[in-house]
Design a protein around this ligand. Structure first.
Ligand code: FRU
Length: 476
C-alpha cells in the first residue's frame, strides 16, 4: 500500500514527463472539464458548498488508459470558470487500496460529507466468490471542502444482501424528511442488475431498508451509478445499466445510461419503474450524476466517455490524456420525459454574437464559422422537414423522413452514425469544443454527446434542405 506522500511524489514525477505533451495537444478542450493529465471518468461528489460548485471525478493520473482511481477535484463560483485543486482522495488505506471509486456528496450542518466505494481486489474471482473483492462504503467529511477527515468505513460486503455478487458500489446519498438515504448499484450472483436502499439517522450508521428495484430480465447484469431525485413531484431513477441489448435505434453503446420514472411504494419501499430510456443518443455518455442546486434546479454532469469502448480509439491517449465531462445540464420533466438544458450560466461564455435570420435552406449555403472549434450555434427551423448541416470537416447533422442523424467521418475515430426518431425539428443547439460536440435537439428533448478529433480547422458550415432557419453563432 502506498501513502499519500508516496503518491504525490510519483504523480509529480509523471507530470514532469508528460505535461508538455498534454498541454500542447490541440484536442484539449476549452470549456469542458478534463483531467489535468491521464484519465477521467465519472463525475463524483457534485455539490454547491460555501459559495463554490465542487466537481470531484474519477481520476487516473498515472495512466491515460485508466488504472488506479483517485478523486480529482475542481471548483467554480459559477459553473464556467474552474480551478484545479490537489487530488482530494488517494487510495491509501487497506479498505480502498485498489481504487477510490465513485460516490456522492451531501451537505449537512454546514459540513460536506463525501461517500464513495473503496475497491479492494484479492486473489481469485473478482465477480462472485466472497473473498475475491471488497466494495466498502467509506465516508469523509470536511468543513471547508478542501481538507478531509480520516476515512470511516461504513459498509462492507457483510452488509449487502447475500444474493449479491462482488459488485456493489457508487453510493448516492440524500436527505428527506429528516432522514438520510443511500442507494447503491449492484450485480447479483445470477447476473442481474439491482439497486439497494439504505437508511440512516446520522450519516454514519446505515441499515438496509429494501432492494427497491432490479432483477429484470432485459435490464442488464449490473446497475452502476444509481441516482434518484424528484422532478415535478415525480420520482426519477437514473442509472447506468450494463448489458442491455440494442433495440432499433436505441442502446447502441457498450453500456447505457438513462432513467425511468418510478412510483415509490412507501409501505413496501419498492420502486415500480416505468420504461427505461437513455439520456443521450451520442457515442460518448455514461455514469451521469445529479445534484440539487441551492435554487432548486436539478443539475447533471455526465462522463463524455463509455467504459470498455475500445472500438472508439481516442487519439489523445498518445498525448497522455483521455476523456472529459459533459457540460452541466439542468433536467426538466415534461410529461414523463426528461429534457436537458445546458445551464443558463454558460451564456456568460458567449462572445461576438452574429445572428442571421430567415435563411432559406432551398439553396446550399456556406457560412463561415470561427477560427477555432470552441463555439456555440443555435438554429431555429421553420417548415423544415428535411435538412443537412455539415461542419467541422465531416460532422453531418441531418433530418429526413422523421429521423435525425448525427454522422461522423474520419474525425470520429470509429464513431459512425447515431439516429433518433422525432416528429419535427424546431431547433438545434450545438456546443462545439476542440474535441467534443454536444447537440441539443428540440429544447433538449434529445441530446447527442460525441467526441470528435479533427485534424484541420474547417471554418465552414454548409446548410441545405427545405424551409427556413434563424441562426445565431457565438465564439466561446
Ligand atoms: C462507472 C464505474 C463505477 C465505478 C467507477 C470506477 O463508470 O465503473 O461503477 O465506481 O466507474 O472508476
Amino acid at each position: 500500500m502506498m501513502t499519500k506522500e508516496q503518491f504525490i511524489k510519483e504523480i509529480e514525477a509523471h507530470k514532469h514527463e508528460v505535461m508538455n505533451k498534454v498541454a500542447t495537444d490541440a484536442w484539449r478542450n476549452k470549456y469542458h472539464i478534463m483531467a489535468p493529465m491521464g484519465w477521467i471518468n465519472d463525475p463524483n461528489g457534485l455539490c454547491y458548498f460555501k459559495g463554490l460548485y465542487h466537481v470531484f471525478y474519477q481520476y487516473s493520473p498515472l495512466d491515460a488508459k485508466g488504472g488506479l482511481k483517485f478523486w480529482g477535484h475542481y471548483t467554480s463560483p459559477d459553473m464556467v470558470n474552474w480551478t484545479e485543486h490537489e487530488i482530494a482522495l488517494y487510495p491509501d488505506i487497506a479498505a480502498d487500496v485498489d481504487g477510490v471509486y465513485s460516490g456522492s456528496a451531501i451537505i449537512h450542518n454546514d459540513e460536506m460529507y463525501l461517500f464513495y466505494t473503496g475497491n479492494v481486489k484479492h486473489e481469485g474471482n473478482h465477480d462472485y466468490i466472497l473473498t475475491g473483492r471488497e466494495q466498502n462504503v467509506i465516508m469523509v467529511k470536511s468543513s471547508d471542502g478542501f481538507n478531509f477527515s480520516e476515512k470511516q468505513v461504513l459498509l462492507t460486503n457483510e452488509d449487502y444482501p447475500k444474493n449479491m455478487g462482488l459488485h456493489v458500489r457508487d453510493p448516492k446519498v440524500w436527505e428527506e424528511d429528516g432522514m438520510f438515504y443511500m442507494v447503491l448499484g449492484a450485480r447479483s450472483v445470477d447476473d442481474k442488475g439491482y439497486v439497494l436502499l439504505y437508511q440512516s439517522t446520522n450519516l454514519a450508521d446505515w441499515k438496509l431498508l429494501s432492494v427497491p428495484a432490479g432483477g429484470l430480465d432485459d435490464m442488464g447484469f449490473m446497475w452502476e451509478c444509481p441516482d434518484t431525485f424528484k422532478l415535478e413531484g415525480k420520482d426519477v431513477f437514473m442509472f447506468s445499466p450494463q448489458g442491455i441489448d440494442a433495440k432499433g435505434l436505441k442502446f447502441h453503446n457498450v453500456y447505457q445510461s438513462g432513467y425511468a420514472i418510478g412510483s415509490f411504494d412507501e409501505s413496501k419501499h419498492v420502486l415500480n419503474l416505468g420504461e427505461f430510456d437513455e439520456l443521450d443518443r451520442g457515442f460518448d455518455f455514461y455514469a451521469p450524476q445529479t445534484f440539487i442546486n441551492h435554487d432548486g434546479r436539478v443539475i447533471m454532469y455526465g462522463w463524455a466517455g463509455v467504459p470498455d469502448a475500445i472500438e472508439h480509439r481516442n487519439p489523445t491517449i498518445e498525448n497522455e490524456w483521455q476523456h472529459c465531462l459533459t457540460l452541466p445540464r439542468q433536467l426538466v420533466l415534461k410529461g414523463d420525459k426528461i429534457y436537458q438544458l445546458p445551464v443558463d450560466e454558460l451564456k456568460a461564455m458567449r462572445q461576438s454574437e452574429i445572428a442571421m435570420n430567415n435563411l432559406s435552406l432551398g439553396e446550399k449555403k456556406e457560412i463561415e464559422l470561427f477560427e477555432n472549434y470552441a463555439f456555440e450555434l443555435n438554429l431555429e427551423f421553420t417548415n423544415s422537414t428535411k435538412f443537412r448541416l455539415t461542419l467541422r470537416e465531416d460532422l453531418k447533422l441531418s433530418y429526413e423522413n422523421g429521423i435525425f442523424t448525427l454522422a461522423l467521418g474520419e474525425s470520429g475515430y470509429g464513431r459512425d452514425e447515431r439516429s433518433v426518431a422525432v416528429d419535427t425539428i424546431e431547433n438545434l443547439h450545438i456546443y462545439s469544443d476542440h474535441s467534443i460536440v454536444e447537440v441539443y435537439l428540440n429544447n433538449g428533448a434529445e441530446v447527442f454527446t460525441t467526441r470528435i478529433y479533427n485534424k484541420e480547422i474547417d471554418q465552414n458550415l454548409v446548410l441545405e434542405g427545405e424551409g427556413q432557419v434563424n441562426l445565431v453563432k457565438w465564439q466561446l
